[in-house]
Design a protein around this ligand. Sequence first.
Ligand code: NAD
Ligand code: KPL
Length: 316
Amino acid sequence: MSTLIADIGEPTSVTWHILGAGSLGTLWATRLARAGFSVRLILRDRARLDAYLTRGGLTLSEQGQRHTFALPAGIIDDAEPIERVIVACKAYDAEPAVAGIASRLIPGADVLLLQNGLGSQEAVAARIPHARCTFVSSTEGAFRDDDFSVVFAGQGFNWLGDDQQGPAPEWLAALVQAGIAHEWTPKILDRLWRKLALNCAINPLTVLHGCRNGQLQQHAGEVSALCNELTAVLRACGHPEAAEGLDEAVTEVIQATAANYSSMYQDVKQGRRTEIGYLLGYACNAARQQGVKAPGLNALQERLIQRLLAKGLPAD
Ligand code: NAD
Ligand code: KPL
């Protein structure tokens, strides 16, 4: 496998800032840069910037090829104004990270939120009322194989939209040019709820049973009971379309990803904080607020919290 420092052309357009140079951040940053767009990383602090400069860039491995992109980078505390930024932190890091750059966002700045689950997007949007937030639901797969080095592991799709039912932004053309599969949808909340429900029905059980997704076929009754409760929650929250055929969809995902370990399983295995608060936690809170009985979801949340605490991991 070859590694080369890609020669990034002169900036020709609005700079795409990337806040969170992890798996998805790298995937977006490198594809945009490869297509000739101006991309600039925003790293947490001087120490991370030094580590990045020592590495010489962000490396993307795709179909057995490694390419390193020597993208310019700065830190949160810089003063340079931001017109467009992709927030690619974990859900629990998104709000504090955005708070750090809030004063740099120009009025009407575009802020793309790549977080899985629900709750973080609302919290971020409330922090930056002067910006335009776009929510993204991504089924692409990427993981870090080293610091500032990412493997593009699974082709997928990106749904984008906002909760204002706003028109599609012009910058979507850049995603076309960068080969980032996507569609603008007025139903982004349906998409996010649907993925949240899939993740709630699958991920916690893979942690508790210590198994690959496919082995949940041996726990079909448990999965189905969760789907029934999730269906009721989605409907009560005003997302009946996201609830349609949920049970069948979950079964399909379990079969299609049978050999995989869920993202939550991998987080726990590697001793990393999970996004439970933005997935199962969000669903349980929503059920409570809507007066929907969800004993299975609540019991699952409690078991998962106990498991996380036993492993010394945060339970939120
Ligand atoms: P990641 O942990 O690989 O990357 C997050 C990055 O954000 C890290 O590099 C971290 O250092 C950085 N970060 C955190 N706080 C920061 C701050 N204050 N300032 C600057 N940088 C900061 O996470 P990821 O896997 O890329 O996931 C990001 C989001 O995308 C999650 O919500 C995840 O569920 C979602 N998602 C990921 C994938 C995937 O395949 N990785 C797929 C779909 C959705
Ligand atoms: O998204 C997933 C994850 O592991 O986070 C799937 C594969 C759908 C399982 O919920």
